[in-house]
Ligand binder design. Structure first.
Ligand code: 13P
Length: 251
């Protein structure tokens, strides 16, 4: 049985003070949640402060990005060492917003995934088609290329630490969720690609989150699907009650 994992991606929201308030409220609701892996991914500026709030809870700290390099002249980047120093355990890589606005390609996502695994950070690797891809009937081709490219040369054993997030771009922040059937179909497809790449055991072990306008109202149906192992939550993660409502739907 795969343990469900619900992660909040706070994106570029919350000052340090606001982040601490949100973390405290989430701690009250979910601090002792054992049944689901709960992760919060604040912006870098609030990582330390949020980490301090959740330090003695079961809530995990995550980051929204990471450099593929160890250290040196990479202006504006954040390294694995810097994240681990703050007790970060998970790192979102290849989010569609980074692919779209910062031109991150599968090649770079793959380098980051390898670096994160080598340094014992757990990558949450995002894939997902745009509306034009879906309308042209290219969903599977686009998602397959992203999975194969972003996860190239990752050994089977790593898939227990790795999380894949299927986030259809047209569902992110739009209020248009994929139906549970649409999401399940792509999740099963992704699991099949992983099986083809590294074998059935790793495919059975890897957790695949859904992301895109997930809310307490639609979470129960999405999380009930056999291949949906959790959620990567944007907007609804900025409110402790909504976030907790989604986590509770995964129990
Ligand atoms: P929304 O939940 O706001 O649609 O965002 C999803 C997302 O991009 C999480 O990474």
């Amino acid at each position: 049985m795969r343990k469900k994992i619900i992660a909040g991606n706070w994106k570029m929201n919350k000052t340090v003070g606001e982040a601490v308030e949100l973390a405290k409220a989430i701690k009250l609701e979910l601090g002792d949640c054992k049944e689901v892996d709960v992760v919060v991914c604040p912006p870098f500026t609030a990582t330390k402060a949020v980490g301090d709030v959740i330090s003695e809870t079961l809530i995990n700290l995550g980051a929204q990005n990471m450099s593929s390099e160890d250290d040196g002249a990479y202006t504006g980047e954040i390294s694995h060492t810097m994240l681990k120093e703050l007790f970060v355990r998970y790192v979102i890589l290849g989010h569609s917003e980074r692919r779209e606005y910062y031109k991150e390609t599968d090649f770079w996502v793959n380098k980051k995934v390898k670096k994160a695994l080598e340094k014992n950070l757990r990558p949450i690797v995002c894939v997902g088609e745009k509306l034009e891809d879906r309308e042209a009937g290219n969903t599977e081709a686009v998602v397959e290329a992203q999975v194969r490219g972003s996860l190239a040369d990752i050994p089977a054993a790593a898939y227990t630490d790795l999380v894949i997030a299927y986030e259809p771009v047209w569902a992110i922040g739009t209020g248009k969720t994929a139906t549970a059937e649409q999401a399940q179909e792509v999740h099963a497809f992704i699991r099949g690609i992983v099986a083809d790449m590294v074998g059935a055991e790793a495919a059975d072990a890897v957790r695949i989150q859904y992301g895109g306008s997930m809310k307490p109202g639609n979470a129960p149906e999405l999380l009930a699907q056999p291949d949906i192992d959790g959620g990567l939550i944007g907007g609804a993660a900025l409110d402790a009650a909504s976030f907790a409502g989604i986590v509770k739907a995964g129990l």
